[in-house]
Design a protein around this ligand. Structure first.
Ligand code: PRP
Length: 219
């Protein structure tokens, strides 16, 4: 049996994903040590490797075959636009991609003004404004704490993830236009899908059952 390598998004998503794996009998004991700084882990018996990457890099590792499978947020999948198969929505990490800003910016959006949009997601923002809304905007790429941008006058609005809405509320901002729903998905390398078809299909099939059991409306 060949090894399978699985890329996980470092942080809460990796923990939630391992809970799904645990329910289908796949565990990785050394990953559970809260003090570990290791990035790659192995389950010798099951011929599985797991590694923890920056969430936005998961699709890259999977496209190039450094990982056969990965678990990535739909935000990252859309933004990276990599060649890979999206095979299963795990229904975890649910949130929304939205245009947000101060209430006063709603009018500018409505009038299709040439506004500045700050975001960590320039591909998603461009697609939304240019292809869906047909509004010309200036997009400014930031790397985090994007909510700052309209407050300090860098941008009129932001395109960002809203989960609880707490960050927006505490900074006097609000959702102005929802763009799409997001959640975590299993993605598979296109060559691995052919070469390891049986093993990957079996794994995905078992995970699908666990997802269905925890969320009857899932695929
Ligand atoms: C994300 C996102 C928002 C916040 C939304 O940021 O970019 O800022 O979480 O969550 P909420 O609606 O529950 O408040 P993250 O914590 O990943 O950090 P970042 O801003 O540095 O990207």
């Amino acid at each position: 049996m060949n090894d399978l390598t699985i890329a996980l998004a470092k942080g809460r998503l990796a923990k939630q994903t391992m809970e799904f794996f645990r329910r289908i009998g796949i565990t990785c004991e050394e990953m559970e040590d809260p003090k570990t700084r290791k990035l790659i882990f192995r389950n010798e018996e099951q011929k599985l490797n797991f590694f923890l990457s920056k969430p936005s890099d998961v699709p890259t590792y999977v496209e190039y075959g450094a990982a056969d499978l990965g678990v990535a947020g739909r935000d990252t999948i859309l933004e990276e636009n990599r060649k890979l198969y999206e095979v299963l929505d795990l229904g975890i990490g649910r949130c929304r991609m939205c245009v947000c800003g101060p209430a006063a910016a709603a009018e500018k959006l409505k009038r299709h003004e040439l506004i500045r949009v700050a975001t960590k997601y320039p591909v998603i923002a461009r697609d939304y404004f240019y292809n869906k809304k047909h509004q010309t905007v200036e997009i400014i790429k930031l790397n985090g704490s994007v909510e700052l941008a309209p407050i300090v006058g860098l941008a009129d609005v932001i395109v960002d993830i809203v989960e609880t809405g707490g960050t927006l509320r505490e900074n006097g901002l609000e959702v102005l236009e929802p763009i799409c729903d997001l959640s975590a998905k299993i993605v598979v390398n296109q060559v691995s899908m052919k070469m390891e078809q049986e093993r990957i299909s079996d794994l995905i099939g078992k995970l699908r059952q666990v997802v269905r059991a925890s969320r009857p409306d899932s695929n």
